[in-house]
Design a protein around this ligand. Sequence first.
Ligand SMILES: *Cc1c(COP(=O)(O)O)cnc(C)c1O
Length: 406
Amino acid sequence: MASGFSRTYTAAMRRDPLEYLSTELQALRDQGLYRRLRVLDAEQKARTSIDHRVVINLSSNNYLGLTTHPTLVERALEATRRLGVGSGSVRTIAGTMEIHMELERRLAAFKRTEAAVVFQSGFTANAGTVSSILGREDVIISDELNHASIIDGARLSRATIKVFPHRDAGAARQILKTLPREQRTLLITDGVFSMDGDLGALPELCDLAEEFGCIMMVDDAHASGVFGDCGRGTVDHFGLHGRVDVQVGTLSKAIGALGGYVAGSRALIEFLYHRARPFLFSTSHPPAVAAAGLAALDVLESEPQLIAQLWENTRFFKAGLQALGFDTGASESPITPVIVGDAALAMQLSDRLFEKGVFAQGIGFPTVPQGKARVRTIVTATHTRDELQFALDCFKAVGAELGILR
Ligand SMILES: *Cc1c(COP(=O)(O)O)cnc(C)c1O
């Protein structure tokens, strides 16, 4: 008991060194930016129950409804029964199972590259790749709206980071012109930008990469399963096979499970096996996750109507929001932002929609720039026309109520 007493005594005497965190949280509350986590009490679906309210879900990346697809569920269960729930090790020690290798072979074929490597997530795929293939002497030229995992990977690499204005290949060219000819340089863009739903300047950047001898890298997290033949991504969509050295994708969005991957040359992939820190130092996927990824690739090829339906829903919903008079930015994908500017207003819009039965998350700084706050909508292949019409009716009512629409 004495030791218990002394611990309590010490705690009571010691000022909480994390007190500043509470102060910052209070500041968020004062600005109307404090967010409680929304909790699903059902499956991740187009219509689900969140915080005990049945809502139309416009915030999921489950583009094709694969999170609950019977083929994926069955194959994940089968792999669990056959191989267990965990891999037990990192890939480079004892954590590489045949099912991991099979998934990598399938992903390489899907992306039409020599090889592929799977990471725990899209985040670790980007961060682990950028930080390992580049070093202190190198330069990274990056779109200003690239994903946080690219930014973190760039920082970890210690390379010089130069940011070009969004989609502005002309500005990227001006940066390249200032560099010595022999400078090793990475040119990097998202395929689809996650907060705006527009596409990276891929064709122009590929031209630049060839002209200046850069490594060309595309993060297709939101494009895989959505753009291109059977969902092969923006590289396929723009006809750029063979011109992008490093393609990143995720298994966490349209593929419906969890994970990230890099597709490219055999040498790139073998280098990542040796040097990418999340690959070396973090345990590989459970068999069920790899099995779900494999099943998803089968579904992409056997059920092309899913992608067709996704695009039909996208056209309907985007046109509906625009006809109501909302600012939907420059979106070209199933991601359609409703940009309102003020962060507190975006959160209010999201909250009122939720009360009416539509879940569309409000997004503010630092996820999007100050003054560009929005409610982001994502339709999926599995939303019905009635569900989308109901959501549009709610947007109309709440938009008028909050003075966003006049
Ligand atoms: C979601 C996302 C990631 C991260 O993928 P996860 O598999 O969720 O870790 C990376 N890049 C972009 C552009 C994304 O939108």
